[in-house]
Design a protein around this ligand. Structure first.
Ligand SMILES: [Zn+2]
Length: 111
């Protein structure tokens, strides 16, 4: 299992690029470039940390999309919440994969 190369967030495709280091700043394991449509992930981290960082950066993209601002504290708690929720309740993913007939964002006419 590996992190996907692309993620769709609110209908826009983001490239996921593994780089190391992401920044020269110590402790920075990810970054989201809303303008470039790219999420950068440190390729030295293990899967659990990579997923957690991915959630964090995806939240930043959502913040930019919804509110036009970045809120670091909010990104931290949402990423931590979603990551641990999915770790503790993995069966919920099957409901998304196999239990929904019409995905809510698939309807192009909706809007
Ligand atoms: Zn952040």
């Amino acid at each position: 299992m590996r992190i996907p190369d692309e993620l769709i967030i609110f209908g826009r495709i983001y490239q996921v690029q593994n780089v190391s280091p992401v920044q020269t700043l110590e402790g920075v394991l990810g970054a989201a470039s809303y303008r470039d449509g790219t999420i950068y992930l440190d390729d030295e981290v293990d899967m659990a940390l990579a997923l957690s960082v991915l959630w964090h950066e995806a939240v930043h993209v959502a913040q930019q999309e919804i509110a036009g601002i970045i809120d670091e504290a909010q990104a931290r708690w949402i990423a931590l919440f979603v990551h641990t929720f999915l770790l503790n309740n993995p069966d919920i993913l099957d409901c998304y994969r196999y239990g929904i007939d019409d995905a809510p964002f698939d309807d192009e006419d909706e809007g």
